[in-house]
Design a protein around this ligand. Sequence first.
Ligand code: FES
Length: 145
Amino acid sequence: MYSEKVMDHFQNPRNVGEIENASGVGTVGNAKCGDIMRMYLDIDDDGIIRDCKFKTFGCGAAVATSSMATELVKGKTVQEALEITNKAVMEALDGLPPVKVHCSLLAEEAIHAALWDYAQKHDIKIEGLEKPKSDISEEEDEEDY
Ligand code: FES
């Protein structure tokens, strides 16, 4: 049912954890299953993503897609990171079962929410970036999980 790459990223997820003093942090909820994901970005003065970590209450497919997404955004500019869709992440994992496609949205939206947070904090505009509807950062800010 799952590709080898999905199983690998599920069993050995890359970049799990937090980044202290992250440039941007985004927390999103999945409308379909209610699962939650938080993404941390470390962005340098040139707008290059130097590090990316995540924490999730999502399922195995969410873990695998987030793990792959963090690998894909590292070293990219914020503009390039914005263009990494859940479809691109799924392709990099050799696909997901149709019932699990919604899980892959968590990573994409959490990256967008973290980029949004970065843009707000630094008072910059990232072309094409809108606040994700699933962004629950403000509600979650006080909670430490
Ligand atoms: Fe919720 Fe997969 S079932 S993220």
